[in-house]
Design a protein around this ligand. Structure first.
Ligand SMILES: *Cc1c(COP(=O)(O)O)cnc(C)c1O
Length: 362
């Protein structure tokens, strides 16, 4: 039999979460973001889960082509735009929209003669300082795009750094919106602003955040973008990573568990060995106490996570045995709790699901 670890992808949860995005942004069209293989859920599965989105957005040009081959006929958007001239030709061939965020891309586009006009997203840097033209350079970049016969629609976009914390002392969402409206003043075209965190601010910041398009990612997969728990935000997990106990060790005071003997028992203990390790995508740096569900009961990780196994405390779960079901994250065990205990975010854990884990749907 295959190793007992599986990731179950809940297509219905993605549909539910997409409906949550629409409820928060009822007037906006939705780009369902499925970069990084649908945040680890699989490109094709994410495409089906997000079939009701108005378009799909990603950063990998080859996966844009794959989505066409898989039968996606709606809009597609490359959030980092083209990386070279071949990408521009591909965008024309497969009808893919792309961000234009810097001088190099603008020059590439000016030199290109694509087979048909392209729709582009002109990106403004409103303080994130990763991608985009500065607000004062935005109108000039727009004029250069407008002058190109092979550019059709131009959408105006920016990206928020701290949408989960509206009072962020360094860069608030209000300040980013102010810079965006300032830099985009007088320019025609649809506007695309909010990621998941921004979408959850839209009911409170209706006027400020009103836009033609939104770009949810993490919320579609049931992870929180920060601020509140996924459950409080009405989201359902789209991935459950589960395995089984494959061995039990009864140890006594002074006995240690695993590499480095990091954990030492101070009394008799029952230790469950779970078929899940860092080579499955579970974080190696998860500390003692990271929550794990065994037979539906919350318990804690003890000892270091190794490549193929991790170890848990079975105190309080007397019925547990070899074969007991263990949920690492997903239904019954929020991925965000595991992430927080491990010093990371749910995004990283879901994206890092390893190739060797068997994936099923349910
Ligand atoms: C990844 C990404 C998103 C989605 O962000 P989430 O926090 O996952 O909702 C939106 N916009 C851009 C430009 C992105 O790169």
């Amino acid at each position: 039999m295959p190793r007992p670890i599986t990731a179950t992808i809940h297509i219905a949860a993605m549909r539910h979460n997409l409906a949550r995005a629409r409820a928060c942004a009822p007037d906006a069209k939705v780009w369902g973001v499925l970069k990084a293989n649908g945040y680890g859920h699989g490109l094709e599965r994410a495409m089906r889960g997000l079939a009701a989105a108005d378009g799909l957005a990603l950063v990998e040009p080859d996966n844009a082509v794959r989505l066409r081959e898989l039968g996606w006929t709606g809009p597609l958007l490359l959030l980092e735009g083209p990386f070279d001239a071949a990408d521009i030709a591909m965008m024309a061939q497969y009808d893919v929209n792309g961000a234009i965020h810097c001088e190099t891309q603008l020059a590439l586009l000016e030199a290109a003669r694509p087979a048909r006009p392209l729709n582009v997203h002109l990106k403004m840097n409103t303080g994130m300082n990763r991608l985009g033209f500065m607000p004062q350079a935005f109108a000039a970049a727009h004029a250069r795009l407008r002058a190109l016969p092979h550019v059709a629609d131009i959408t105006l976009m920016t990206h928020f750094a701290n949408a989960d914390d509206t009072a962020h002392p360094r860069l608030s969402i209000h300040e980013q919106v102010r810079r965006f409206r300032d830099g985009a003043q007088g320019l025609p075209g649809p506007v695309s602003l909010a990621n998941s965190a921004g979408i959850f601010q839209m009911p409170q910041l209706k006027d400020e955040l009103s836009s033609h398009w939104v770009r949810p990612g993490i919320m579609l997969y049931g992870g929180t973008p920060g601020g509140q728990t996924a459950e409080a935000l009405g989201l359902k997990p789209a991935m459950t990573l589960a395995s089984e106990i494959i061995a039990i060790q009864d140890i006594g005071a002074g006995d240690c568990v695993g590499y480095g003997s990091r954990f030492q028992a101070d009394g008799p203990m029952r230790i469950g060995v779970v078929a899940c390790g860092y080579a499955d995508g579970y974080p190696r740096h998860a500390p003692e106490g990271t929550p794990v569900l065994v037979d539906g009961v919350r318990t804690r990780l003890v000892g270091r996570v190794s490549m193929d196994m991790l170890t848990v405390d079975l105190a309080g779960i007397p019925g547990s045995n070899v074969g007991s079901r263990v949920v690492l994250w997903g239904e019954g065990m929020p991925i965000d709790e595991v992430a927080e205990a491990s010093g990371t975010i749910g995004y990283e854990l879901m994206c890092a699901l390893a190739q060797r884990v068997q994936v099923v749907e349910g």
